[in-house]
Design a protein around this ligand. Structure first.
Ligand SMILES: Nc1ncnc2c1ncn2[C@@H]1O[C@H](COP(=O)(O)OP(=O)(O)OP(=O)(O)O)[C@@H](O)[C@H]1O
Length: 330
């Protein structure tokens, strides 16, 4: 296991800069997510870490060794991509064994390690199947076993769950996290899905347009977004202009203000601020209401408890704003 240290990494394609002066660390055993919208440069950054794409400048230290000029196969890195990239003409077992065969390990050792890796991803019974006889989730577990079997110092995961349906996705996500913890495997995970990032990661590196916007724990990113982009991307903040925030709270603001939907609540009409329900949608155990208050549209999240009243569109209601939960964002 190893610490990854990325220093001043730059990459352009022709005259187009993909990312600039990227610095971050993934400590030994840490699960770090590169999160950001499509096109922000996270996949290219991951490919550069793997050695699949050369960088223009900067350094990549893995266990204190600069690997930036090392070829892919010498970096000690395992990778899982969105597309499974399995060999279609090989059984599950042969797919997983491939890397070890290349390393010319003895056959008994290969068998033992392949069986161990397949057990980890709960696929031992499928060892003689071919990829076309597997579901998408199973294929991705083979891909994971194939990268774990070489005992990499660093595991890179590029949107490995995005082709899977929601239920399988959650299951495999939990499985990846369990295995990663068990092996204390330093892991970099790329996703544009903020919920996935918030639930999986020890730390999130939030990227926008080739820059790191914020680097911190899930809770920190959720409660203290670094800027407007971070507030808009993580969670579902209500973003208010300074003028709107002043109108709503009576306090003076010079910067934008972010208000989490769960920090707003309802009270009887005639108390709090006068508001009107516009619509509601059920999101599992919460109900998200859209309300209008002082000419401002807001989202309000209320826990869905069976003994509570539901509010109908058009209904007048009182709105309570927890001013301690307001965040200034530049
Ligand atoms: N081989 C390439 N040649 C030229 N431009 C490229 C190449 N690969 C990526 N890019 C560009 O670099 C930018 C970053 O792409 P990248 O795939 O790293 O983003 P991303 O954040 O991973 O997005 P996505 O989630 O959509 O994959 C994009 O504008 C993309 O068009």
């Amino acid at each position: 296991m190893a610490t990854l240290n990325v220093k001043k990494l730059n990459k352009s394609f022709g005259t187009t800069s993909v990312f600039r002066d990227i610095n971050f660390t993934a400590n030994e055993g840490e699960f770090v997510t590169l999160l950001g919208p499509s096109g922000c440069g996270k996949s290219t950054l991951l490919r550069c870490l793997a050695g699949l794409t050369p960088v223009d400048s900067g350094e990549i230290f893995l266990a204190n060794k600069n690997i930036v000029h090392q070829p892919v196969q010498e970096r000690g890195i395992g990778m899982v991509f969105q597309s499974y990239a399995l060999f279609p003409n090989m059984t599950v077992e042969k797919n997983v064994a491939f890397g070890l065969k290349m390393q010319k390990l003895p056959a008994t050792e290969i068998r033992r390690r392949v069986s161990e890796a397949l057990e980890m991803v709960e696929l031992n019974e499928f060892s003689n199947r071919y990829p076309h006889q597997l579901s998408g989730g199973q294929c991705q577990r083979v891909a994971l076993a194939r990268s774990l079997v070489t005992r990499p110092a660093l595991l890179l995961l590029d949107e490995p769950l995005s082709a899977l349906d929601a239920r399988i996705r959650r299951h495999l996500r939990d499985q990846i996290r369990l295995i990663q913890k068990e092996l204390n495997l330093t892991t970099i995970f790329v996703t544009h899905d903020q919920e996935e990032a918030l639930t999986l990661s020890d730390r999130i590196v939030l990227m926008n347009k080739g820059n790191i916007v914020q680097n911190g724990g899930a809770e920190e990113l959720y409660t203290q977004p670094a800027d407007l982009f971070a507030a808009g991307f993580i969670g579902n903040y209500n973003l208010l202009t300074p003028e709107q925030a002043t109108r709503l709270t009576g306090q003076v603001f010079s910067e934008h203000v972010a208000i989490r939907p769960e920090t707003l609540s309802f009270c009887q009409s005639g108390q709090g601020l006068a508001a009107r329900i516009l619509s509601s949608s059920l999101l599992g155990n919460i109900i998200r209401y859209r309300v209008e208050c002082q000419g401002i549209e807001l989202s309000v999240d209320i826990l869905n408890r069976s003994d509570d009243d539901l509010y109908a569109a058009g209904q007048h209601i009182g709105l309570l704003v927890d001013t301690a939960a307001l965040r200034n964002v530049a």
